[in-house]
Design a protein around this ligand. Structure first.
Ligand code: SAM
Length: 246
C-alpha cells in the first residue's frame, strides 16, 4: 500500500515509522511518504492560510496550495491497477470512522491523507478532488482537535494493522472488538490469582467449546452494558438472545 500524508507538521507523523507500521515499511508492505504542505506555498513567507470569506474567527487553508500539492501527488490520476487513489480528509464534520472503514481502506492501493489546521481546508479543494479521485471526509470522534495529524495517526494505524503480513497472528484482528459487531470481552494472563483475584475458572478448564461460549457471553454482556447501539447491527444467534434477556 502507498500512503501519502500532507501536513504542515511532518514531525507529527514520526510515530508511523515505529512499531508495527515501521515493520510494515521495512518489509515493503507499506510505502509511506510524509510531505510538508509548505513546499507548495507560493509566497516568501510560505503561508498556507488566509482569512475566511464571510468573516469570523480563525484562518482557512488556501485552495491554491492544496490544489498544487494534490496535483503533484496524484499523477497519474489512476495507478497501474486502474484504481483511483482515496483521499481521506479528517474533519470533526465528517462521517464517523469505524472498523468497517478500516477494512475498506486496507483493500486500497493508495491512500492520501490531507491534514487540516486552523478552521480547516477551503471546501473547493475537497469538491474539486472528488472529480478525479475517491474522497472521504471522516471524523475520529465528537470532539475538536487542533489539527488532522493525530486523526491520521489513528486512522493509519487502524488500517495498517489489517494489511496482510503486518500482524504476527492474523487471527488476532479477526477476534478483535467490532469484527463480529460486538465489543471484545475481558482478557487474562498469568498468574492465576493476583491480589486475591482469580482468573475465571472456565478459562483454565481446557474445554474449548465452553471457553468459546463464555467469551461470547462476556462479549454480549459488555456490549449491552457499554454500547447497546452496536447490538442492532450485530449478527446475533438464538443462544445470544438468552444472554441478552438474562
Ligand atoms: N472549524 C472546524 C470545525 O468546527 O469543524 C474545526 C477545525 S479543527 C480546529 C482543525 C483540524 O483538525 C481539522 O481541519 C481536522 O483536520 C482536524 N480535526 C479536528 N477534530 C477532528 C476530529 N474529531 N476528527 C478528525 N479530524 C479532526
Amino acid at each position: 500500500m502507498r500512503l501519502d500524508v500532507v501536513t504542515v507538521f511532518p514531525d507529527y507523523l514520526a510515530p508511523l515509522r515505529l512499531a508495527l507500521p515501521g515493520r510494515a515499511i521495512d518489509r515493503g508492505i507499506l510505502d509511506l511518504a510524509v510531505h510538508d504542505l509548505r513546499a507548495w506555498a507560493r509566497d516568501v513567507h510560505k503561508s498556507v492560510d488566509d482569512t475566511p470569506f464571510g468573516g469570523g474567527p480563525g484562518m482557512v487553508m488556501r485552495p491554491t496550495v492544496w490544489g498544487d500539492a494534490l496535483d503533484d501527488l496524484v499523477r497519474p490520476a489512476v495507478d497501474e491497477s486502474g484504481e483511483r487513489p482515496l483521499l481521506i480528509v479528517p474533519t470533526p464534520a465528517g462521517r464517523p470512522f469505524t472498523q468497517t472503514d478500516a477494512h475498506r481502506y486496507a483493500r486500497r492501493g493508495h491512500l492520501l491523507f490531507a491534514c487540516g489546521r486552523y478552521e480547516g481546508i477551503d471546501q473547493r479543494v475537497i469538491d474539486e478532488a472528488s472529480t478525479r479521485m475517491d474522497v472521504e471526509e471522516v471524523s475520529i470522534g465528537d470532539y475538536v482537535l487542533i489539527g488532522g495529524e493525530v486523526a491520521v495517526l489513528v486512522i493509519a494505524e487502524a488500517v495498517v494493522r489489517l494489511l496482510p503480513g503486518v500482524l504476527g497472528n492474523q487471527r488476532s484482528h479477526e477476534e478483535d472488538s467490532f469484527s463480529d459487531g460486538l465489543l471484545e470481552g475481558p482478557s487474562y494472563t498469568r498468574p492465576e490469582v493476583w491480589r486475591d483475584r482469580p482468573v475465571p475458572e472456565v478459562l483454565r478448564s481446557g474445554n474449548h467449546a465452553k471457553i468459546a461460549r463464555w467469551r461470547r457471553d462476556e462479549s454480549l454482556r459488555r456490549t449491552a452494558r457499554r454500547r447497546p447501539d452496536l447490538l442492532d447491527g450485530a449478527d446475533l444467534r438464538p443462544a445470544d438472545l438468552d444472554i441478552l434477556d438474562s
